[in-house]
Design a protein around this ligand. Structure first.
Ligand SMILES: [Zn+2]
Length: 235
């Protein structure tokens, strides 16, 4: 970016953030397959962008990368973000739920869930520590709040099943599919931890390193502001 001498240089004003994919709920038949040329570019941007998910900021190995096309461009994304936009490709018998959750974007929800899972996986350590137990109870409460979402969604919207949403999306014409946001903008995929059990130790050691339940909120916030600075904390 070049600025003319008359323009005030205000770092805050000129700071731009990278384009992030929205990872709307979707199905795989509407996803494009990258050409060889596009794959080469994706590989190069994976390295230059710090080997992270373009949506939620999670650290990835090259084996963990998925490719996603949105806003006329390609992105490298993590499995959690990818599954939300490819509901029919969720590789597990327990596919999680689609829930009404307008408070957070899909990427932010993924980052928060991952942090909760990472903190909870430490629960075997220091299990006699009273303070630690208290914190685990708090985490438990946050988790159970999220666990309630499928029931709340079911009550108000009469569905929360991933297959119901994915079958509905299959019925839409291309044109209708493009406008699916009108139907599903406030809904998110709520993943099950089991699906990402294999990737969790890697994420816990890379992104939530030193995570202690007592510091979970500050840790998740720190992670988000470092790797995904355009997440609105108040969101
Ligand atoms: Zn992601």
């Amino acid at each position: 970016m070049t600025l003319s001498p008359t323009q005030p240089v205000n770092e805050k004003e000129v700071r731009t953030y990278p384009v992030r994919p929205k990872m709307e709920l979707g199905i795989s038949i509407h996803q494009r397959i990258p050409s060889e040329e596009e794959l080469k570019l994706l590989k190069a941007s994976f390295k230059s962008e710090g080997k992270r998910c373009s949506a939620c900021g999670a650290t990835l190995t090259k084996e963990m990368v998925h490719h996603h096309f949105e806003q006329e461009r390609w992105f490298n994304v993590c499995g959690m973000c990818y599954c939300a936009s490819n509901l029919d490709r969720i590789p597990h018998f327990e596919r999680g739920h689609v829930v009404w959750f307008p408070y957070m974007s899909q990427a932010r929800l993924n980052a928060v869930l991952r942090g909760l899972w990472a903190a909870k996986s430490l629960s075997g350590v220091n299990s006699d520590d009273h303070e630690y137990k208290e914190m685990l109870n708090t985490l438990e409460e946050i988790t159970s709040l999220l666990d309630l979402r499928p029931r709340v969604t079911e009550e108000y919207f009469k569905f929360s099943d991933v297959d119901v949403v994915s079958s509905t999306l299959f019925l839409l014409t291309n044109e209708e599919y493009e406008k699916r946001g009108a139907l599903f903008a406030d809904f998110r995929w709520l993943p099950q931890r089991q699906i990402f059990e294999d990737e969790l130790p890697f994420w816990a050691s890379k992104d939530y390193n030193g995570l202690h339940p007592q510091k979970i909120t500050s840790n998740i916030t720190k992670f988000m502001s470092k790797y995904a600075p355009d997440f609105t904390i108040k969101e």
